[in-house]
Design a protein around this ligand. Structure first.
Ligand code: BES
Ligand code: MN
Ligand code: MN
Length: 456
């Protein structure tokens, strides 16, 4: 199992880690306009790295948004072609005061590397690149044909890559995709993700008076858009977390009895999950369904924030003219984002309180996906993972979304192998995000052995 490439990776581990740290120092937050240049810088860094390790045609693919990074190496005649995917953009780092070290100054602590983007997804992108570098350096060639496509808008809906993939460029001709943007079910347990939720992300805006008003002079006569907004939100789901939008569940396909049985045999302790991962007094959710079922196979609705009005220190007696809420829904396989949005929008208009105008805006949308497991690529992946981790692979779904995976299937006919190396407690999207150093190391080895296995 110790191929020459694996040995090269082990010998170069310290340098690999340094190069990951360099990428983590670039604050490529895709949603903030002030970080636009940083996103480009991260893309250029990756392009330069791909060129340096011997990939060809490395270039940025430009768009209105953040650039895609492409490279290929297509000299393994008669062998399959993989499309390797990951994202270089990261989530915002607030709340800053909860970080033990600044988010863009990576530090090692207790076998982990802490920084925004460490696990999601720069650590995994660098693991993929380092696997390619090791294969190339040890053998002077790659075991299969490789195309690489990294995006910088995954955390904001992935519009650029979606358009690019939908245009079916010859550049993306491949046999399967390798997606490293997911996690292991538990430490040391090799995992392939076979399903993701989709989502619609929306804004609700409620307008009352034509301008902000003194709440003493006008309270009792002028509508309060925040109260109206809360009344709307309160009617979106009931106390059992059941979404009240008529027709919302019509297209939901439940997991098969086999899949449910497999989930029941996963090492999952609900009480530990509540305490260690969630940290709330109690878990919520639809009665009668397990946590895994609720988070992997049921649609959900969440409110992310309510900007507007007076939120400063102290008190201001105002009736705001408008109020806003960021609301998203996670969708499951067979639901369509367009239909979900339509049902939501017409329901919100129907329940809107008198005296205010409500606008419902779609920010971004992405499909859920289920990937097939009866193909040689998944088989090769489980072989490789067994060699590296010494255990049988578990198949899981994830509650998160990676919109492009469904598009790979729909537009390019590619089955995806979602082989990721994060851990459930990596704090992705949260303060003190980390990536386990052992997972970085074994992630590189897993990708090396996987590509070797597909090519053998
Ligand atoms: N890597 C995550 C998705 C993920 C998280 C997969 C955990 C498996 C386990 C990805 O970067 C992500 O956060 N996606 C967003 C997508 C959205 C903005 C369209 C998400 O799920 O919120
Ligand atoms: Mn990600
Ligand atoms: Mn993410």
């Amino acid at each position: 199992m110790s191929s020459a490439a694996v040995q090269y990776a082990r010998q170069n581990h310290t340098r690999f880690l340094d190069e990951l740290k360099a990428l983590l120092r670039i604050p490529s937050i895709s949603t903030l306009p002030e970080n636009k240049d940083d996103c480009r810088k991260a893309a250029e860094t990756l392009r330069n790295e791909l060129t340096r390790i011997g990939m060809e045609n490395a270039r940025l693919i430009e768009s209105e948004g953040h650039p895609l990074v492409y490279a290929d190496w297509l000299h393994a005649a008669g062998k399959p072609t993989v499309l390797i995917y990951g994202h270089y953009d990261v989530q915002p780092s607030d709340p800053l005061d909860e970080w033990l070290a600044p988010p863009f100054e990576p530090v090692e602590r207790d076998g982990n590397l802490y920084a925004r983007g460490a696990a999601d997804d720069k650590g995994q992108v660098v693991a993929q690149i380092k696997a390619l570098e090791s294969l190339m350096a040890a053998n002077g060639k790659l075991p299969i044909n490789v195309r690489v496509l990294f995006e910088g808008e995954e955390e904001v809906g992935g519009e650029t890559i979606a358009n690019y993939v939908a245009s079916k460029p010859a550049d993306l001709k491949a046999d399967f995709a390798l997606v490293s943007d997911t996690e292991l079910f538990a430490p040391g347990l090799p995992t392939l993700c076979v399903g993701l939720r989709g989502m619609i992300y929306t804004e609700l805006e409620v307008r009352g008076a034509k301008t902000d008003l003194h709440s003493g002079m006008y309270g009792g006569a002028a509508p309060n858009p925040f109260v109206s907004l809360c009344q709307i939100i309160a009617r979106l789901k009931d106390e059992n977390e059941h979404i009240l939008i008529p027709g919302f569940y019509d297209d939901v396909v439940p997991p098969s009895p086999e899949e449910l049985a497999a989930w029941r045999s996963l090492p999952f302790d609900e009480e530990e999950y509540r305490k260690k991962e969630v940290g709330s007094r109690q878990l919520v959710g639809e009665p009668g369904l397990s946590v895994l079922e609720r988070t992997w196979a049921r649609p959900t609705l969440d409110v992310h924030g309510m900007p507007g009005g007076f939120t400063g220190a102290g008190a201001k007696t105002v009736i705001p003219a408008k109020a806003m809420a960021k609301v998203s829904m996670r969708l499951v396989p067979n639901m369509t984002p367009a239909r979900a949005f339509e049902l939501y929008q017409s329901y919100v208009q129907k329940i809107a309180p008198a005296g205010v105008d409500v606008e419902v805006r779609l920010i971004h949308a992405g499909d859920a996906c289920i990937v097939a497991v009866n193909n040689r690529y998944i088989q090769a992946a489980t072989h490789a993972l067994h060699e590296v981790w010494g255990k049988d692979t578990v198949f899981i779904r994830s509650g998160g979304s990676i919109p492009i995976v469904g598009d790979f299937d729909r537009h390019l006919g590619l089955p995806s192998v979602m082989m990721g190396f994060g851990l459930p407690d990596d704090n992705i999207h949260a303060p003190n995000e980390k990536f386990n150093l052992k997972n970085f190391e074994l992630g590189i080895e897993s990708v090396i052995r996987f590509l070797e296995e597909v090519g053998s």
